[in-house]
Ligand binder design. Structure first.
Ligand code: HEM
Length: 293
């Protein structure tokens, strides 16, 4: 499934010549073939999962309401076609997986490179958790840790150009005329590093989010990791909480080092852009258990 998610992202969202010269659209059979190919693969993958779930109707799984998942709920509504369900699930997976993983990796990288900040986060978590296990509600009281997640989303915007939008009407923005149907790409990455809005724009400084009450819900236009408006990310809250829980636990329970005892500052910071902006080389770290509870 992850292979398919990556393939769909790569093949359907990377920009091609035709996106800059729309006149070529009429002869662009390659993009159409790619889209049809992806459509077939999605249909094939989800088709069998949906069939399997349908045929398990009346089984133990079906009768236990606590084991119902998203797929059970949409299948219970007969107005959705198999294609609609498959495409919706695919969109959810595409939106949810890569972006969350990318942020988790960059957050770990930034904290491990900045040991002072890491110690402050750990101390805050330890003082809040006080012998208990890190939980969603306890970690939500760790404001400095939350500031670190926000700063990671600023410095490493996972979807630097958000998702392509389309102008539904011809309109004028400042003195530029945007014709109807133009593709609009918002450079959220550039905005998040603009020195007009951010001091030391390229430096990892979580403190900036402690004083300024800048949230990630698209109401502050200088900070748009989840987009803004009607099409902004519907998963922002769950993403933030998942990252908080995952990284909070990783930091609380483990010490981390680089293979071969390399200096922590030696982590390679190269990025790779394929619609999302991920770390080029996978992050390899060695965990060492700190607590046994
Ligand atoms: C750090 C994690 C995440 C980031 C940075 C992120 C970012 C984004 C961005 C930038 C968009 C496009 C917004 C726009 O065009 O203005 C988007 C759309 C979307 N995201 Fe997320 N996302 C994340 C996690 C998630 C999660 C966990 C889910 C699901 C549980 C999710 C589901 C979606 C969906 C379904 C859309 C499409 C919405 C639409 O087209 O109306 N995302 N996300």
């Amino acid at each position: 499934m992850m292979g398919l998610v990556n393939e769909v992202i790569e093949k359907t969202t990377t920009l091609g010549l035709v996106d800059f010269l729309p006149v070529l659209r009429w002869v662009d059979f390659r993009s159409k073939r790619k889209a049809m190919d992806m459509y077939r693969k999605i249909k094939l993958t989800w088709g069998s999962i949906i069939q399997e779930r349908r045929s398990s109707k009346g089984s133990d799984h079906e009768s236990r309401s606590d084991s119902q998942d998203f797929l059970d709920i949409v299948l219970a509504d007969s107005s959705f076609s198999e294609d609609q369900i498959g495409n919706a699930l695919m969109e959810l997976l595409i939106g949810a997986t890569d972006s969350t993983t990318i942020t988790t990796v960059w957050l770990m990288v930034e904290l491990i490179r900045n040991q002072e900040i890491l110690s402050r986060v750990r101390e805050e978590i330890a003082q809040t958790v006080t012998g208990d296990k890190p939980s969603e509600s306890l970690l939500s009281q760790c404001h400095y840790f939350q500031a670190c997640i926000k700063e990671t989303l600023r410095l490493h915007v996972p979807a630097p150009l958000l998702v392509p939008h389309r102008a539904t009407e011809t309109c004028k923005v400042n003195n530029y005329v945007i014709p109807k149907d133009s593709m609009i790409l918002v450079n959220a990455w550039g905005i998040a590093r603009d020195p007009d809005y951010w001091n030391d724009a390229t430096v990892f400084k979580p403190d900036r989010f402690l004083d300024a009450k800048i949230g990630f819900r698209g109401t502050h236009f200088e900070y748009l990791p989840f987009g803004t408006g009607l099409r902004m990310c519907p998963g922002s809250t769950v993403a933030f909480k998942n990252i908080q829980m995952l990284v909070g636990s990783l930091l609380h329970y483990f010490d981390w080092s680089l293979p071969g005892g390399e200096a922590l500052t030696a982590i390679d910071m190269n990025e790779k852009y394929v619609t999302t902006l991920k770390k080029e080389e996978p992050l390899l770290l060695i965990p060492k258990l700190r607590y046994k509870n």
